[in-house]
Design a protein around this ligand. Structure first.
Ligand SMILES: [Fe+2]
Length: 325
């Protein structure tokens, strides 16, 4: 079990970085993409001074050893503990490739990570945030895997973005029960591929008749594009929600437990909307750097502010990219 101390009287800040995903070649000295990512991470570490950095998946590309190690060195350079979950690209080479990275990452004293039960994926683990020995909140770090088979209503088979699997949801319920037994009443899930409920939340929250691709971040922070009851929403949706196409039951499990009030996902690089849906904040993290594909207007990280009763707020911290609007 991993636990990390919160200082009494002071908020605990989690900085989530998502999808840094540079390839080996982009880490070469002087490469512009490396510079942008380094500037993003360093700027945020200096500006936020977080107590913990989480990375919501797609750290690099499976098999790009140099890239995984370079990212670990960059995170180490902040002096702040950091904790990853794996994304589809990390998982793409199979569990052996992930395990090779894990073996190296566990030699980094600032890396917080546990393998978790092998039967449910790579790296399902819990970070307890404790104040005076009492857990005030916990981060449930979950592996959303790579791809999963799907059969549509017409009986056609396809391979789609993966989902949390049933035994993983059982594991989740067990972790929540253990946290509740220890007096903890709040938790946040950090994972890579959004759960299905992100689709339902956006459908419920976003006004009909507006093309989401035309909404800029500044205009998405207000009630102009959100339905009544969802005015606290903010952030944009410039691409579709790439979850598994059918409800995997994760949101039912979350609602039934009544413990997790925040979910943070990555994966969709130009989506960063944050919607409070049925009592749970479903957030897309802001993406860090230009890896894979990006929009320089959506560069930065996402901050969870945790007080003595749990997560108090979720906000994006943008980092301007030199030479862009
Ligand atoms: Fe991804």
């Amino acid at each position: 079990m991993i636990s990390i101390k919160k200082t009494p009287g002071r908020d605990f800040l989690v900085l989530n970085l998502s999808d840094p995903q540079l390839g080996d070649g982009e880490w070469e000295a002087g490469h512009p993409n490396r510079k942008i990512l380094e500037n993003c991470v360093k700027t945020l570490a200096d500006r936020i001074r977080p107590d913990l950095i989480t990375v919501s998946g797609d750290l690099a590309w499976a098999g790009n050893d140099l890239a995984y190690d370079a990212l670990a060195d960059l995170l180490d350079s902040t002096g702040i503990p950091w904790a990853p979950v794996w994304g589809n690209h990390d998982n793409q080479g199979g569990p052996e490739k992930v395990e090779a990275v894990v073996c190296r990452y566990l030699t980094h004293p600032l890396c917080l990570y546990e393998r978790g039960p092998a039967a449910i994926g790579n790296g399902n683990y819990v970070i307890r945030i404790e104040e005076d020995g009492r857990p005030v909140s916990a981060l449930i770090m979950m592996d959303s895997h790579d791809r999963a088979p799907y059969v549509n209503e017409a009986g056609e088979e396809s391979n789609e973005w993966a989902k949390l699997i049933p035994p993983q949801l059982d594991w989740y319920r067990e972790q929540i029960a253990a946290l509740a037994a220890d007096g903890c009443s709040d938790s946040a899930i950090i994972l890579h591929i959004p759960i299905y409920a992100y689709r339902e939340a956006f459908r419920a929250a976003f006004r009909e008749g507006i093309d989401p691709k035309t909404v800029l971040p500044a205009d998405a922070d207000g009630d102009g594009c959100w339905n009544p009851g969802y005015e606290s929403s903010f952030g944009v949706l410039w691409e579709g929600i790439c979850s598994y196409p059918a409800d995997e039951g994760a949101f039912d499990a979350i609602r039934a437990c009544g413990h997790t009030k925040t979910v943070v996902a990555g994966h969709d690089h130009v989506d960063n909307c944050v919607i409070r849906y049925e009592g749970v904040t479903l957030a897309y993290s802001l993406k860090a750097g230009p890896g894979c594909y990006w929009d320089p207007r959506l560069n930065g990280g996402t901050v969870l502010t945790i007080g003595e009763s749990g997560v108090k707020s979720v906000r994006h911290e943008y980092v301007k990219v030199e030479g862009t609007e």
